[in-house]
Design a protein around this ligand. Structure first.
Ligand code: COI
Length: 327
């Protein structure tokens, strides 16, 4: 079983070697992202391993002609792969699961940074401005915190929040007993109306697209703090900018933003970033932005590569794969 792994970074190489050997998978790696121009790399391979680059129907058709049976994305989210099209061709699409602590801990860090105005404090320190003007923060304990999405990451965020003494309201279609012990499940409307801070942990779907918009921001408390470590499409960026400009939204921490795909993980030090909304947000003192790095720990990277190797080994053995997302 041979796998072609795209978009490989140096820090992943030791894991590709280690897990390739462990699971008996022959792996070729490339720094290149998958595209029609390099589709031929798949000749002689049964599996493709991708990261965040869109894999559309045309590319899947081409890979199918070369005999590809598995597309494994070493990410939790899989909306960038046309998995429905792959299913029609009998190609399995699998994703990764990794420790929820990586994103959950990052979420708690950014929540605290947002409510303690850490961006302003750190920027001022660089200029040796040690004044206390406008940097008085708030404590988490007296706040009502909303957690939208109580999957593995949302649940872990709730568990960690439990130590701060805040009231926690949760929203999800599915209610979990473990979450009920620490939080109260309520409607989305109640989350909007009652929470001082709302953190999002939902996948990118049609239902979650722009769930934060002009209307829902209007329902929120004045000065609400919004935290998004999940997917950019959850928040209508224009509406968020408006909310921040009027002060309706008091602060935000965003590890993800709409249209980040062509920008994040590239170096724009010497050239303009052509995404105005992103530039407007990142210039705001009360908006903390990071380039989709919440996942990036040694533990998670290891898990991501291991999942891809495992899926390949399961395909080889003809075993059912719990990581399969398309049937
Ligand atoms: C995921 O695993 O879904 C992530 O968000 C991280 C990925 C973009 C590298």
């Amino acid at each position: 079983m041979k796998m072609m792994a795209f978009s490989c970074r140096q820090d992943e190489m030791e894991f590709f070697r280690q897990f390739g050997e462990q699971y008996g998978v022959e792996v070729e790696t490339t720094k290149e992202a998958p595209c029609m121009e390099n589709a031929e790399l798949l000749k002689g391979c049964q599996a493709a391993c991708v990261l965040t680059t869109p894999v559309d129907a045309q590319l899947i058709d081409q890979w199918h002609q070369y005999g590809v049976q598995l597309i494994s994305t070493r990410t939790v989210g899989f909306e960038h792969v046309d998995y429905r099209h792959a299913a029609k061709l009998g190609i399995a699409v699998t994703n990764a699961t990794y420790t929820p602590d990586t994103v959950a801990e990052y979420t708690i860090m950014t929540i605290l940074m947002a409510i303690r105005k850490m961006k302003i404090i750190l920027n001022r320190y660089i200029g040796q401005d040690f004044s206390l003007r406008n940097v008085r923060g708030r404590e988490l304990g007296p706040m009502t915190v909303g957690v939208v999405g109580t999957g593995r990451i949302g649940q872990r965020v709730i568990e960690l929040l439990g130590g701060f003494g805040c009231e926690i309201l949760a929203y999800d279609l599915e209610h979990k007993e473990e979450v009920r012990r620490l939080a109260r499940y309520v409607s989305l409307e109640t989350i909007w109306e009652e929470c001082d801070l709302i953190t999002f942990h939902t996948p990118a779907t049609e239902e979650t697209c722009h769930m934060v918009n002009r209307h829902t921001i209007g329902q929120m408390k004045d000065g609400v703090v919004l935290i998004n470590m999940a997917r950019g499409s959850i928040i209508d960026t224009e509406a968020l900018i408006e909310g921040l400009e009027t002060g309706k939204v008091g602060a935000a921490a965003l590890d993800v933003v709409e249209n980040e795909g062509s920008i994040y993980y590239k170096d724009f030090k010497d050239r303009p970033v052509c995404c105005r909304e992103m530039s407007i947000l990142s210039a705001m003192p009360n908006v903390l932005m990071t380039p989709h790095t919440a996942f990036f720990t040694q533990e998670a990277v290891s898990d991501m590569v291991e999942c891809a190797m495992l899926s390949c080994a399961r395909l080889k053995a003809g075993e059912k794969d719990p990581l399969r997302v398309n049937g």
